[in-house]
Design a protein around this ligand. Sequence first.
Ligand SMILES: Nc1ncnc2c1ncn2[C@@H]1O[C@H](COP(=O)(O)OP(=O)(O)O)[C@@H](O)[C@H]1O
Ligand SMILES: [Mg+2]
Length: 288
Amino acid sequence: MSTQKGTPPPPVLPTPVLRARGLVKRYGQVTALDGADFDLLPGEVLAVIGDNGAGKSSLIKALTGALQPDEGTIELDGRPVRLRSPLDARRHGIETVYQDLAVAASLDIASNMFLGRELRRPGPLGSVLRMLDRRRMREESAAHMAELRIGLRSLTQPVESLSGGQRQGVAVARAVAWARHVVVMDEPTAALGVKESAQVLDLIRRVRDRGLPVVLISHNMPHVFEIADRIHIQRLGRRVAQVRPGDHTMAEVVAIMTGALELTGGDGGTVVADEGAAEAVGVRPGPG
Ligand SMILES: Nc1ncnc2c1ncn2[C@@H]1O[C@H](COP(=O)(O)OP(=O)(O)O)[C@@H](O)[C@H]1O
Ligand SMILES: [Mg+2]
């Protein structure tokens, strides 16, 4: 091998698990997505942030089959996909946890875990009489909860008897149980208190440690900085920057989000700002 001194080989970038290019979505006169790109790398927690109206929800909906973009492409593990519905996205191994604690309150935990994917009893009891295999669903749920270290006294208690954090735990556990490629979480801590939020953040870490990448939409900057490996910053319908929390202060990231600062040159690029904005966020303006 002959490598020239001083010229390191170009970095080999992993194939993104989920990738989008040039997503456009218009609602009449409003352009919700204006050529949005997106990259989720293997094994990472990617936070998606942006001001109200920046197109976060539209982006996430396009990536989870809840919205059909007018233009643009989506790839899963390097292969083009069309996600025609949320169910279609689930079939592709993309699971979504919605912010409104989307669990069936009157059902027990095991039933929630298998909601829409119930296991039937073996033989004609299941195939003809459609009888559910409740015992196996309970056993598999219990094993899964234990693996994620979600402490619950009983899997037969109705979900409505759980705290908000425990319910969110059930919703996350369900998504993780079925997701083969990606888990998307829309503001999973928005409805939770401090302690419960910490538990959900811990859970997200364990999910990532199992190798499943997580997309986390969040308004909570401390949470984002605590847990994200990278941050996708959405503004005016497109991705304006991708940054690593360690490379930027929270103030800088917020300034990029609001348009007070611009990054040039992609990841870790030069910070460009006018003097006033730079003073406001405590960074030096870049050259130019
Ligand atoms: N179903 C819809 N009909 C009309 N306009 C919409 C619809 N959904 C989103 N928009 C508009 O698209 C823009 C982006 O919205 P959204 O994706 O919800 O952004 P965010 O989640 O970042 O707040 C906003 O101006 C919003 O009002
Ligand atoms: Mg939104």
